[in-house]
Write a protein that binds this ligand. Structure first.
Ligand code: HAM
Length: 439
């Protein structure tokens, strides 16, 4: 082995932090596609975009997402900064959006205020399929309205995202009641589960005293037969919660959104009340573990943050999980930018002129590619071939002397020489003609 190779072998090449992912150029078209669908659907349903910082006070999440949630107790990237502030990388965006709503006096605007976002979240989760430590979410929050119609609209919007990409999905829905009707249910559930204490998984045994409802969404095989026969919250709902839930379902029936009543949808975040729901893939065993998205009502969150009582409902979907399904099922996604023409040059003088022509072509809206750093014509033409362009424009020494440009039709190999000063118009003309021919 030669010396340089040995040295390279010894050198540690930096790698990604565990659970983080690069979004590579070849994947950008998926991200653009999802972002475009989210933007279009959200804007057309009256939502405005909001971007909150990635960093918030740790306490924001402790008070809302909750001290009993896995997100806060085990998964939060929290730290003390140089000024002594206790901060966290946002594990989710609902608390940040409500903080912004309160901080900017959105309660004085006509209600409800509908906001949406698209951005990265951070959770120190166990990395595995569909779980990352930095992952992206899109989300919708409707703040300032308690009517069930808003729950239905948020669910519809969530459903439409997956419909738009032709991904078969279903809504799993439940109501977890409110502070007045939940305690009676929890007492009943505790009595029931205690009878099976020794048969429950270790995690569920721990949750008996700390986070009872979460036992219902346990994925441990030994818990499942016990959970199936557990008392259900919907049998314990107070009249208001029951009416609210019935209305949500009636709206969904009207909208023909397919849903399944699922008493185990309790969600892992502390702020929810009444409606809770998840979007699952239709007919997939892994749906339960890797929900495409989830949401629900959180009428008490604003008050916890020092605001007035402000009912709200929202949803967030995982972008990576959606994209992995789009890829797995080979769903249709627009191609990334397709170049129309390649601009090749030979020699210093030609390169100087080509730089200017390139800019003129870009300004004229022509999708032009180049490889100016390569000096020979051969590698440039090879690249033109690889890109599958319709034409290659060649600026060689002869063209410089004659003030011309050669345009080669890549399909039939015909080459034509045009006046350099009319190059942009000539190229445009040929591209337009070739589009008509393709149609
Ligand atoms: P969540 O269920 O914690 O809810 O997250 C929503 C979605 O984000 C999940 O269904 C999943 O698709 C994606 N997700 C969560 N964790 C990961 C991870 N480690 N790796 C990849 N994807 C992940 C919330 O975050 C709530 N803020 C939703 C909400 C909005 N509720 C009301 N408004």
């Amino acid at each position: 082995m030669i010396k340089k190779e040995k040295e390279l072998k010894k050198k540690k090449v930096f790698q990604l932090v565990k659970g983080m992912k690069d979004i590579l150029p070849e994947d950008q078209r998926y991200w653009d596609f999802v972002k475009k669908i989210v933007d279009q659907l959200a804007l057309s349903h009256g939502f405005s975009k909001i971007e909150t910082p990635l960093v918030e006070f740790t306490d924001l999440f402790v008070r809302t997402t909750g001290q009993t949630s896995d997100i806060v107790t085990k998964e939060m990237y929290s730290f003390i900064d140089q000024g002594g502030d206790h901060l966290a990388l946002r594990p989710e965006n609902t608390p940040g959006v409500v903080r912004a709503y309160l901080e900017h006096g959105f309660c004085n605007l006509p209600q409800p205020v509908k906001l949406f976002y698209f951005g990265p979240m951070f959770r120190h989760d166990k990395p595995q399929a569909g779980r990352f430590r930095q992952f992206w979410q899109f989300g919708f929050e409707v703040i300032g309205e308690k009517d069930a119609v808003m729950d239905a609209q948020v669910i519809l919007l969530a459903y439409k995202i997956y419909q738009s990409v032709n991904l078969p999905s279903t809504i799993q829905i439940n109501s977890i009641g409110c502070l007045s009707c939940r305690p009676a249910y929890e007492a009943e559930l505790k009595d029931y589960l205690k009878k099976y204490k020794n048969k429950l998984s270790e995690l569920s045994q721990e949750r008996l005293s700390k986070n009872l409802l979460r036992i219902l969404d346990s994925k441990e095989p030994e818990d499942l037969p016990i959970i199936v026969d557990a008392p259900q919250q919907i049998d314990f709902l107070c009249e208001d919660c029951r009416n609210h839930f019935m209305q949500v379902l009636e709206y969904l029936d009207e909208l023909e959104v397919p849903y399944a009543l699922n008493p185990t949808i309790v969600r892992g975040l502390d702020y929810y009340n009444r409606t809770t729901f998840e979007v699952w893939l239709l007919d997939e065993e892994t749906s339960r573990q890797n929900a495409l998205g989830g949401g629900g009502r959180y009428d008490g969150l604003a008050e916890v943050l020092g605001g007035q009582a402000t009912p709200a409902v929202g949803f967030a979907g995982g972008v990576e999980r959606l994209i992995s399904q789009i890829k797995e099922k080979d769903l249709k996604v627009p191609e990334s930018l397709k170049y129309e023409i390649f601009l090749a040059e030979l020699g210093m003088e030609a390169r100087k002129k080509a730089l200017g022509l390139f800019e003129n072509l870009v300004e004229a809206g022509i999708k032009v590619a180049e490889n100016f750093s390569k000096s020979g014509l051969k590698p440039q033409l090879e690249m033109a071939d690889r890109l599958g362009v319709k034409f290659t424009a060649i600026l060689g020494q002869k063209e410089i002397v004659d003030n011309t440009l050669m345009i080669r039709d890549m399909e039939n190999g015909i080459q034509e020489v045009v006046d350099f000063n009319k190059a942009v118009g000539e190229i445009k003309k040929r591209l337009e003609k070739s589009i008509v021919k393709d149609e």
